[in-house]
Design a protein around this ligand. Structure first.
Ligand code: NAP
Length: 242
């Protein structure tokens, strides 16, 4: 079985790659800028005895996405699972956002998800099987002050998931979405110790999330145990409600 994970050079994507490799999946590790992290992950996963490929592609670029899938299919064959995990966030007052910020946030979070899904579906529809897991955010569900565009883009990923699941369900393909809360990755490196204390206090389970918490859910939704689940948005946030 083969999985392509976008943004696998980062916290949640790398953790997902490790879980898939533990279940003997060959892993295509997409990255954009962090080649060192992607190469280190290739070496780490190779020790688990699975085949891996690190591939640089900007998920918001149609040609690069197509070339990535061509390379993956040539090397491994059918991509059974696509995890649309690549994403960027930005914290700013909404009135300070410019067009460049807008394009970057929507292009990577939403356009990237759409381009990769469309390319993966070419083969999935032909094969009448396949699983797509999108990574949204709890902010896409409930909205975050100072992350208005990020919340909107992740909200779009949620609607995309629900609609696409209806469209491709008859073709035997499952499309689901995970909506993480606050997870310890470099995306949250800007949060102060005080911010983190407030978040932990507001979280019934009393801690922030680990990338592995999300990775296990992504794997579950990609596995045959989730064959009758589609169009769902599952939060993994320790019960946090802000
Ligand atoms: P991260 O460590 O910053 O990882 C982000 C990943 O996205 C990196 O691998 C990065 O690749 C990749 N990426 C960025 N732009 C890209 C592009 N144009 N093309 C391809 N890849 C690109 O953050 P993370 O927390 O693991 O985030 C993973 C996903 O979880 C994101 O969708 C994020 O929005 C979502 N999420 C995170 C949290 C959280 O609290 N951490 C909460 C909710 C949702 P390079 O580094 O190689 O450029």
């Amino acid at each position: 079985m083969n999985v392509l994970i976008t943004g696998a050079s980062g916290g949640i994507g790398s953790a997902a790659a490790r879980v898939f490799a533990d279940h003997n999946y060959n892993v295509i590790i997409n990255y954009n800028k962090n080649e060192d992290a992607a190469n280190a992950l290739v070496e780490e996963l190779a020790e688990k005895g699975v085949k891996t490929l690190a591939y640089q592609a900007d998920v918001s670029d149609e040609k690069q996405v197509d070339m990535m899938f061509c390379k993956a299919e040539k090397k491994f064959g059918f991509v059974d699972v696509l995890v649309n995990n690549a994403g960027v966030a930005q914290q700013k007052l909404f009135t300070y956002f410019d067009t460049e910020d807008y394009n970057r946030i929507f292009d990577i979070n939403m356009r990237g998800t759409a381009l990769c899904s469309r390319r993966a579906l070419k083969s999935m529809i032909r094969e009448h099987r396949g699983k797509i897991v999108n990574v949204s955010s709890m902010w896409g569900v409930c909205g975050a002050s100072c992350e208005v565009l990020y919340s909107a883009a992740k909200g779009a990923v949620i609607s995309f998931t629900k609609a696409l699941a209806k469209e491709v369900g008859p073709s035997g393909i499952n499309v689901n979405c995970v909506a993480p809360g606050v997870i310890d990755t470099k995306m949250n490196a800007n949060l102060s110790a005080d911010d983190l204390d407030v978040i932990r206090e507001a979280t019934p389970l009393g801690r922030t999330g680990k990338p592995e918490d999300v990775a296990e859910l992504i794997y579950f939704l990609s596995s045959s145990k989730a064959d009758f689940i589609t169009g769902q948005i599952i939060t993994v946030d320790g019960g946090l409600t802000i």
